[in-house]
Design a protein. Structure first.
Length: 334
């Protein structure tokens, strides 16, 4: 069977990519279909069912490109999966709405899980973004914070994270306090720089419009009219988590991000694990669960995360068979 799609309404060179990379991406997702592009015509040839499915993906990818610009390999993968699932809104509707544009590039969700996470930030005061590395938890939260500041929905952005992953060890590091905490806060500074004009960021930091500080600096404060992001929240203790959440002031929004599989605390329970049991079901608080399908790094990262999860589940089942449920020190039973 053969079908034809007209590639109109887009810049053809950008749409197809360097050396027709889009064609290679489509072929990797639809190995039974042959794709051939000539001028503004894309021909699809292969078994009828495979061609029909591939045609729908091409149409969705084309519409996505019309709405938000060049598409990536991840976009093709996600559109293919969403078309295969066949439920809910179209892939273009889910993926195309940008949060903001940075130096000509649209920052937008790239998976259905990421879209649900971003939508939850719009509709809730406190959102927990929980998932493995590479799922865009912090990046998308930062984009929403910059958007809120640009729209004057808040007067400042506050970015914080635990200053030490595995205990109070700053005293062993050389230099001033600023020198010691800089490595822990550097990822947040980098994220700010990637979202805004680099010339503006120092001015916003100097004026306090953007604040980047260790979690300990939040104690005793009330954070009004602020968009507050707590990163690496799996490395907070339950007491630190409670302290942070109770800083919430009027007109503010909080996003808490973390990966419960990468807790560095040696003895104490993770505040992120504990809070997910305490606050689920509380009105205006949302827990967004991201997984390996939402990883936007190399596809191998998703397979690594799945392999570790399978290993962890197997180990847990084996331990349960010998000694019952293992309880982390400091955690309360379910």
């Amino acid at each position: 069977m053969q079908r034809t799609v007209l590639l109109t309404g887009v810049d053809l060179a950008s749409f197809l990519g360097h050396r027709d990379q889009l064609i290679a991406d489509l072929e990797s997702q639809h190995p039974a279909v042959a794709f051939h592009a000539r001028d503004e015509v894309l021909n699809l040839r292969g078994p009828a069912d495979a061609v029909i499915a591939a045609e729908q993906v091409v149409l969705e990818v084309l519409e996505l490109a019309r709405r938000s610009g060049p598409v990536s390999r991840l976009d093709v993968r996600e559109v293919t999966r969403m078309v295969h699932d066949g439920n809910g809104p179209t892939a273009a509707q889910v993926l195309s709405a940008p949060i903001l544009t940075v130096r000509g590039t649209a920052v937008r969700p790239q998976t259905r899980g990421q879209r649900a996470y971003v939508d939850a930030i719009d509709t809730h005061t406190i959102v927990f973004g929980i998932g493995p590395a590479g799922t865009g938890k912090t990046y998308l939260a930062m984009a929403k914070a910059v958007q809120a500041l640009q729209r004057r929905e808040v007067s400042k952005i506050i970015l914080t994270r635990p200053a030490v992953e595995a205990g109070e060890r700053l005293g062993y590091l050389p230099g001033t306090l600023e020198d010691k905490i800089d490595p822990y806060l550097r990822p947040l500074f980098d994220a700010v720089g990637s979202m805004m004009d680099p010339e503006i960021v120092p001015k916003l930091l100097a004026s306090g419009t953007i604040e980047v500080a260790p979690l300990a600096y939040m104690r005793g404060r009330t954070l009004n009219e602020s968009f507050v992001i707590l990163d690496e929240a799996q490395n907070t203790t339950p007491e630190q988590m409670k302290m942070f959440l109770t800083r919430l002031g009027y007109g503010s929004k909080m996003v808490v991000t973390g990966d419960v599989t990468q807790v560095d605390l040696p003895l104490a329970a993770s505040g992120l694990r504990v809070v997910s049991r305490i606050l689920r079901g509380v009105e205006d608080i949302h827990f967004a669960e991201l997984d390996s399908d939402d990883i936007v790094r190399h596809s191998l990262v998703g397979r690594i995360v799945d392999a570790y999860q399978t290993y962890s589940d197997t180990e847990r089942a084996g331990n349960a068979g010998h000694s019952g449920r293992h309880q982390t020190p400091g955690e309360s039973p379910q």
